[in-house]
Design a protein around this ligand. Structure first.
Ligand SMILES: C[S@@+](CC[C@H](N)C(=O)[O-])C[C@H]1O[C@@H](n2cnc3c(N)ncnc32)[C@H](O)[C@@H]1O
Length: 190
């Protein structure tokens, strides 16, 4: 009889979607860490609402994680360099995402709101805080979740004061890159 103490992921019945995410190529420094991609998938699984927006698609790892959690994903990037690759990645795993070539500034003026917004472009400092507030107030549904990569690079107390989230939490990967989660109140007080 086989023991249930094995650390082997197959033995304890790992979700096959998590196995897909663990099997991706994490060789590029711009890519989320594997533990954060898996965490993103798990958060999307339990967060209510169907729609997710990603700002900064790159090679499609995060778009795939959100699509595997059954979110309807829109993902924007200013660059088309990896457009074919990220489309192929989603297709390879039987999922879809709408990949648009668009800047985060221009997309703010598009119609529509989302239940989850993942922000991961290269903007930093006070310009980033202003952009995050604009997405929070204009593009995130009440009760929605704003997720921000590399929050260790910004003034977190200032961002929290500006957004006024119902709650927030920050997690770290092995390289100490941080992912911040900010919950928007259901009644819009901002
Ligand atoms: C760190 S990578 C994103 C990594 C990705 N989230 C993943 O799945 O691992 C940042 C991406 O943001 C894009 N980017 C930079 N500035 C942008 C802007 N203003 N609007 C939209 N995308 C932008 C870059 O082209 C790059 O592909």
């Amino acid at each position: 009889m086989s023991s249930r103490h094995e650390s082997d992921n197959e033995e304890i019945g790992e979700d096959p979607r998590v196995s897909i995410l663990r099997g991706l190529d994490y060789g590029h420094s711009w890519t989320f860490a594997m533990e954060h991609v898996v965490e993103l998938f798990q958060v999307c699984l339990i967060h209510p609402g169907d729609t997710a927006l990603e700002i900064g698609s790159f090679r499609g790892h995060c778009a795939l994680a959100m699509a595997l959690a059954d979110k309807r994903v829109t993902s924007i990037d200013v660059s088309d360099k990896h457009l074919a690759g990220r489309r192929a990645l989603l297709e390879q795993h039987g999922r879809q995402a709408e990949f648009l070539i668009e800047s985060s500034d221009a997309f703010l003026d598009r119609p529509g709101q989302f239940d989850i917004i993942l922000h991961d472009n290269s903007r930093r400092g006070s310009a980033l805080v202003a952009e995050l507030h604009a997405y929070w107030s204009r593009k995130l549904n009440p009760g929605g979740l704003l997720i921000v990569h590399n929050v260790e690079q910004i003034d977190l107390p200032k961002l929290v004061r500006r957004l006024g989230p119902e709650s927030h939490i920050v997690t770290s990967d092995k390289r100490r890159r941080q992912l911040g989660y900010f919950a928007k109140p259901t009644s819009d007080a901002n």
